[in-house]
Design a protein around this ligand. Structure first.
Ligand SMILES: [Cu+2]
Length: 470
């Protein structure tokens, strides 16, 4: 990439973040009026970007991601997105050739304040036309980003500009509305968070965002199969899969918000261990506090966002994951045959005569496969894994850990390591007496007839018994 320069403009001190000069984007002097397009080239979480001017707010934290810096020009807040091919490491051991924005998929999070006037430059460096739809924003029709309907596509090499006023606070998304099936399957999406004008409104201590992803990338290849409709083999948070997903680090007692958006092809019930939360927002706006409802899993349908809030009371390492079990599994596991209960010893010998080294798997379940050090093809990921303090976590895909610790400094998101459980608070082997099995109450003794449960044909049920007689 040409034209990269490093400057202290962003002030995060983060490595790998650079500014792409406007002249390098278009190569035309006339483009000097376009704000610079910062770019990030790796999947490391950048510190939240605190506002340096205007209304104060608690910035969000993008898992394995970053927030797009802006500049003020008059009373307009200017951002610059660059749609382009990117390389994203999904987890150590696997990279994918995706399309995204400003060096990464998903694109950087855009943050602004209710009432802000935003001007967003979108430069297209893809090989085909694109457009950006601002999902959930109420704006003039011509700014809605639907190719053919509200604007012509942005041709490769060109820059378009979108201008609108942020009418309400909330959590929105951005994504292409051009060749959508391909461009979203390739990873083009991002979050657009609008903070309330009153910084005290809906204030939390820590505020995390991530988008859900589904990719179908064959072992040894790098490009997602864009025509896949249901059978994806990699499921992610912010284009990362476990064990590559950042932990959600919070201080004990913090009020925490998680905002999760779904632009995949199926719904994802996101389950948070250790807390009961309330659903406080959708991409349609905030839920009235009196109408927010309690859950421990929140189903996020396609094209939806859910914001949930809780107080992190109990220290520990708490699992946060999609509750569809295939969505917490990586590429190599989805088509393994089931041999549970099958004695494979004879069959294995027969197969080994033709395929030396063949090893039957799965006769006793598949958990042990997480510990197997088997050679796998280049550029793919084992079914499950992730080292925990007690062995393999036996997970993949849409899984991460919320690490609740006492006494963390505000703004400290560094991984604190594994939780050290107080003595005597971990489930452990019982070495005392174990009583023999007992029969459930009501079980008939040997030779005795089972208690008579009367089966009534509903068509013959009498009116007195509550049925309808005809
Ligand atoms: Cu899922």
């Amino acid at each position: 990439m040409t034209g990269l320069s490093r400057r202290g403009f962003i002030g995060t001190g983060a490595g790998g973040m650079a500014l792409l000069g406007a002249a390098a984007v278009s190569g035309r002097a006339a483009a000097a009026a376009i704000s610079e397009a910062p770019t990030v080239t790796d999947g490391t979480m950048r510190p939240p970007l605190a506002p340096t001017s205007g209304t104060d707010y608690q910035p969000v934290v993008t898992l394995n991601g970053w927030t797009l810096p802006w500049r003020m020009r008059g009373d307009w807040k200017e951002f610059h997105l660059v749609a382009e091919p990117v390389v994203r490491e999904l987890s150590p051991g696997m990279k994918a050739n995706l399309w995204g924005y400003n060096g990464q998929s998903p694109g950087p999070t855009i943050e602004a304040v209710e009432g802000d006037k935003v001007r967003i430059f979108v430069t297209n460096r893809l090989p085909e036309a694109t457009a950006v739809h601002w999902h959930g924003q109420t704006l003039p029709n011509g700014m809605d980003g639907v190719v053919g309907l509200t604007q012509p596509g942005i041709p490769p090499g060109k820059t378009f500009v979108y201008e609108f006023i942020l009418r309400r606070s909330g959590t929105f998304m951005y994504h292409p509305h051009a060749d959508e099936m391909v461009q979203m399957a390739m990873g083009m999406m991002g979050f657009f968070v609008v903070h309330p004008r009153d910084p005290a409104e809906r204030r939390v201590d820590r505020d995390f965002v991530w988008l859900l992803n589904a990719f179908d990338i064959e072992a040894g290849s790098y490009v997602p199969k864009v025509n896949t409709m249901t059978d994806f083999n990699l499921w992610g948070f912010n284009s990362r899969v476990f064990p590559g997903i950042d932990p959600i680090v919070v201080r004990q007692g913090d009020r925490v918000r998680l905002r999760v958006g779904n632009l995949t092809m199926t719904n994802h019930p996101i389950h948070v261990h250790g807390v009961d939360f309330r659903v406080t927002g959708t991409d349609g706006g905030w839920v009235d506090p009196r109408a927010s409802w309690p859950e421990v899993s929140v189903d996020i349908a396609v094209g939806q966002m859910r914001a949930i809030e809780f107080v992190a009371d109990v220290p520990g390492d708490w699992a946060v994951h999609c509750h569809k079990s295939h969505h917490t599994m990586n590429a190599m596991g989805h088509t393994v045959k089931t041999y549970i209960g099958v004695d494979m010893r004879k069959t294995a010998k027969a197969i080994q005569r033709i395929a030396p080294g063949y090893m039957p798997m799965g006769s006793n379940g598949m958990g042990a496969m997480a510990n197997m050090e088997m050679p796998i093809p280049e550029n793919t990921l084992p079914m499950m894994g992730g080292d925990g303090p007690f062995g393999s976590v036996e997970m993949g895909g849409m899984f991460t850990v919320m690490k609740v610790r006492p006494g963390l400094a505000p703004g400290d998101y560094a991984d604190p390591g594994w939780y050290r459980h107080p003595e005597g608070t971990v489930a452990h082997e019982w070495t005392g007496d174990v009583p023999g099995s007992a029969e459930a109450p009501g079980t008939p003794a040997a030779g005795e007839k089972p208690a008579a449960f009367r089966v009534v044909d509903p068509r013959r049920r009498s009116a007195a018994a509550g049925g309808m007689e005809h």
